[in-house]
Design a protein around this ligand. Structure first.
Ligand code: NAD
Length: 547
């Protein structure tokens, strides 16, 4: 049995510093070299990884590069068959006890090492994979694949350390009360999205660090960056069978896992419709499972900026451009709808917006000057362009943008629509593309417009109020309390940082279990209360039983 002969203190945890990649810098040269090397070797062959060993099923599917149809796929991955999924489940269950029994400080050390590998040895490679495969520009890749992923791994150690110190505060004489945080009995299934490499790492890392075994079904559009992440975790010391990597046909792979008796939890990030479908499937199986599975899902958003008449025009335009158009609007937190006070609009808010948006350069992530890249694939391109067309048909006026071109890659121009109908199609639906819709409200209708924001969509992920008048801030905070799980005051509605703004929304946006905080870890443990008595009773009768 492994003995831990001290109560170790973890190192101080802080957010990973981000590089700026100025021209001529060592970091820019490092990234350029990684991009060139990756391009020279594409397409990579990605196997399933079961028990730490590559499994090649021969059923190959490509992960394409969204900015250039003429470029080779980033990778071709072996799609998991039912036999591969079954063997991944069985061997993960066999690995469970040993992983659960590994001393906490050793599990912590593995994740701290994974963070250092992410931020150091693999930084540029992960970024290059995220740029070429998911279409991010340098800054977006840096904040995601390098900084946020390292933060997730490091802060997980900090939060689990805090979790383990949560102990009963009271002990009667002769008694010691304790709580231990057991991993779930069975395996956790992580189903991860395309748009953040770091989310892939966190959806498997968070359950694993508290002792769970995990099956990882990555997104087909992020397979290579996710495969590299899995490699990092193995290199850092996660035992080979603890996290199994099984890319493949989503509905089938996921159903096979959910239909297994030992399915103990789902850690999902993706669209609301898929999550609701999985919740229904899980509920159908309630009699099959040994325990009630934990269902954790962070899903879509229709995020807002509420701009009061006392706000600054240029500042709110710039914040809206960043939160609406960075990574082509493909963030769950991306801005979708803007409410502008009429006096600001009359003072030229729309003109400033048009002028600034016209400065945005759209194109390949390989050109450093491009602010906006491609959208992820043909389906996404068709959905976004279809919604722009529908908004126009409904009477929306295109203030700027509106054009798209899929001849070279999947490019949609940053588009701002002005609508008179606050419930028009692009005010209500998640677009996941570079499209903002503006509704201009009467200055005196600030409170009424807060109520409108609250009831316009099924989502409640992120939102901001911009005002220099404090009473407007106070009112918006109250009126919009349930309209966003992450609420910002005079700041854009994107850019949550691990350990600083725990992330997640309620209503249709998810279970709001707050990744980047201690809360998420409670979902992947099942506490056991332990009472130990040092002195036994001298009689079964109590004093009250005597005359
Ligand atoms: P998606 O729902 O298409 O896919 C997510 C995952 O589910 C992928 O692994 C996919 O292969 C799998 N999947 C798809 N269909 C499935 C099915 N029928 N059965 C089982 N699994 C299935 O989402 P996406 O396009 O990868 O990501 C974009 C969505 O994710 C947006 O809606 C965005 O708002 C949301 N998102 C939310 C957060 C958050 O924290 N709230 C963060 C990132 C992304």
């Amino acid at each position: 049995m492994a003995a831990t002969l001290a109560s170790f203190k973890i190192p101080t945890i802080t957010n990973e510093p981000m590089g700026n990649y100025p021209a001529g810098s060592a970091e820019r040269k490092g990234l350029e070299a990684a991009l060139a090397e990756m391009k020279a070797s594409m397409p990579f062959e990605v196997p399933c990884v079961v028990d730490g060993k590559p499994v090649k099923t021969g059923v190959l599917l490509p992960q394409l590069t969204p900015h250039s149809h003429s470029t080779a796929p980033l990778c071709n991955y072996h799609s998991a068959t039912p036999e591969v999924v079954a063997s991944a489940i069985e061997s993960s269950l066999k690995a469970q006890k040993e992983w659960e029994n590994m001393p906490w400080n050793d599990r912590a050390a593995i994740f701290l090492k994974a963070a250092d590998l992410t931020a150091g040895k693999y930084r540029y490679k992960l970024m290059a994979a995220t740029m070429l495969g998911q279409g991010k520009n340098t800054w977006q890749a840096e904040i995601d694949a390098a900084a946020e992923m390292a933060d997730f791994f490091r802060f997980s150690v900090k939060f689990v350390e805090q979790l383990y110190t949560q102990q009963p505060s009271e002990n009667s004489p002769g008694v010691w009360n304790r709580t231990e945080f057991r991993p779930l009995e069975g395996f956790v299934l992580a189903v991860t999205p395309f748009n953040f490499t770091a989310i892939g790492g966190n959806l498997v890392g968070a359950p694993a660090i508290v002792g769970n075994v995990v099956l990882w079904k990555p997104s087909p559009m992020a397979t290579y960056a996710n495969y590299l992440t899995h490699k990092i975790l193995l290199e850092a010391g996660v035992p080979p069978s603890v996290i199994q990597f099984i890319p493949g046909p989503a509905p089938e792979v996921v159903k096979q896992c959910i239909d297994h008796k030992a399915f103990a939890g789902l850690h999902f990030t993706g669209s609301t419709a898929v999550f609701k479908g999985l919740w229904k499937q899980i509920s159908q199986n309630v009699d099959l499972y040994r325990s009630y599975p934990r269902i954790v899902g962070e899903t879509g958003g229709k995020n807002f900026h509420m701009i009061h008449k006392s706000a600054d025009i240029r500042e709110t335009v710039l914040q809206s451009i960043r939160s609406g158009f960075e990574y082509s609007g493909q963030k769950c937190s991306a801005l979708g709808r803007i409410y502008v006070a009429k006096s600001l609009w009359d003072a030229g808010w729309g003109d400033v917006m048009k002028e600034e948006v016209e400065r945005i350069k759209v194109g390949s992530c390989e050109d450093w000057t491009n602010f906006l890249g491609p959208v992820i694939n043909q389906a996404s391109f068709d959905k976004i362009t279809g919604l722009i067309a529908k908004a126009k048909a409904e009477g929306g006026e295109i203030l700027v943008g509106g054009n798209s071109d899929s001849s070279v890659g999947y490019f949609v121009d940053p588009t701002v629509i002005v609508t008179k109908d606050p419930k028009s199609v692009t005010m209500v639906n998640e677009i996941f593309g570079p499209v903002l819709t503006v509704f201009v409200y009467e200055d005196d209708d600030f409170e009424k417009t807060c109520e409108l924001i609250d009831e316009t969509t099924d989502y409640a992920l992120t939102g901001s109020v911009f005002a220099n008048d404090r009473s407007a801030v106070v009112l918006a905070q109250q009126k919009l309390r349930n309209a966003a799980g992450n609420f910002y005051i005079n700041d854009k509605c994107t850019g949550a940082v691990v350990g600083q703004q725990p992330f997640g929304g309620a209503r249709g946006s998810g279970t709001n279990d707050k990744s980047g905080s201690i809360s998420i870890f409670y979902r992947f443990v099942s506490a056991r209360s332990i009472k130990e008595s040092f002195v036994g009773p001298s009689d079964f009768l109590y004093p009250s039983n005597f005359q």
